[in-house]
Ligand binder design. Structure first.
Ligand code: SF4
Length: 248
C-alpha cells in the first residue's frame, strides 16, 4: 500500500460482493472511509431498497456515503449535455442498449461519475500525481478479473480476494448479517441478463421493458427485438426469481 494517500473509498455496487465487503469491514472494525455508490438510474427497485438500507447502516458505522450518477457529455462549443440515467442516454443517442458495448455503460455511468466526485472534493482537474485508493468487492472466485481494471492514478485493492472469500462465503456473510442475500445488482435493461433475470425485470418493471421493446423496434433504432427473443414468458407458472434471492 502506498503512503501519502490523497483519497480512499470503497466502491459499493449494491450487490452481494460489495455488501459482504462492507459487512466484513465492520466485523474487522476497519477505519470508516467514504463509500461511493454509482447509480445508473435504471437499477432494480429492490437494489435501491437494499442500497438505502446498507447506506443507513454504513452511516451508523461512521462512513460518509455518497451517491453519484448521471453522465455529462462535453461538446466542442463548450456546452454540456447531462444524461440523468443510462436509459435516456441510449435513446437520446440512438443506441440500442441490448447491443451497446457493455463497458460503455459501466464507464460513463459508474466510473466517470465516481471520478468526477473524487476530483471535485480534491479540487483537481485530473489525477496526475495523486494517490487514490479504491477498495473493490471482487470475490476470491473472481481473482482473474483484477487484471481488467488498471488505472495508473488509482490503486485498486480487493479485500475479499485478500481474505480468500469466494462466492459461497459472501452469500453466507450476507445471509448471516442481513437475513437475506441481495439480488444481483444489474440494470433493468442490462444486455447481460439471462432469461430468468429478464423475466424478473419484466415482472417488476413491465413499463420499462415494454418501452425498450417498442423503442428498439421503432424506425429510429430499427432493432426488431421482441420480448420472446429476450426469453420473457408471461406464463405465471414460469420459474421466477424472488426478491432478495441471488440469481446464481
Ligand atoms: S448492469 Fe449491465 S447495463 Fe448496467 S452498467 Fe452494468 S453492464 Fe451496463
Amino acid at each position: 500500500m502506498r503512503l501519502n494517500i490523497d483519497y480512499e473509498h470503497i466502491s459499493f455496487g449494491g450487490g452481494v460482493d460489495s455488501t459482504a465487503l462492507l459487512i466484513e469491514w465492520w466485523r474487522k472494525e476497519l477505519k470508516p472511509i467514504d463509500i461511493i455508490f454509482s447509480d445508473t438510474g435504471i437499477e432494480q427497485t429492490k437494489t435501491y431498497e437494499h442500497v438505502a438500507h446498507i447506506m443507513k447502516l454504513a452511516q451508523e458505522y461512521g462512513h460518509k456515503t455518497i451517491v453519484v450518477g448521471g453522465y455529462e457529455r462535453a461538446h466542442q462549443d463548450g456546452n454540456y449535455t447531462m444524461y440523468p440515467d443510462y436509459y435516456s442516454y441510449c435513446f437520446q443517442n440512438k443506441i440500442v442498449p441490448l447491443r451497446a458495448y457493455r463497458k460503455e455503460c459501466t464507464y460513463r455511468f459508474k466510473i466517470v461519475p465516481s471520478n468526477r466526485y473524487i476530483r471535485s472534493i480534491l479540487g483537481i482537474k485530473n489525477f496526475r500525481n495523486k494517490n487514490i485508493l479504491s477498495y473493490i468487492g471482487y470475490n476470491y472466485d473472481e481473482k482473474n478479473r483484477i487484471n481488467d481494471t488498471v488505472y495508473k492514478w488509482q490503486q485498486q485493492i480487493f479485500p475479499l480476494i485478500e481474505w480468500k472469500l469466494g462466492r459461497k462465503h459472501v452469500k453466507q456473510i450476507c445471509r448471516d448479517y442481513l437475513g437475506y442475500v441481495p439480488i444481483k445488482s444489474r440494470c433493468i435493461i442490462c444486455p447481460n441478463q439471462n432469461p430468468i433475470e429478464w423475466n424478473y425485470s419484466y415482472n417488476h418493471h413491465k413499463e420499462i421493458i415494454d418501452d425498450l421493446v417498442i423503442n428498439a423496434q421503432s424506425d429510429i433504432l430499427n432493432f426488431p427485438i421482441t420480448k420472446k427473443d429476450l426469453g420473457i414468458n408471461p406464463d405465471p407458472k414460469q420459474k421466477l426469481l424472488t426478491d432478495f434471492l441471488s440469481v446464481d
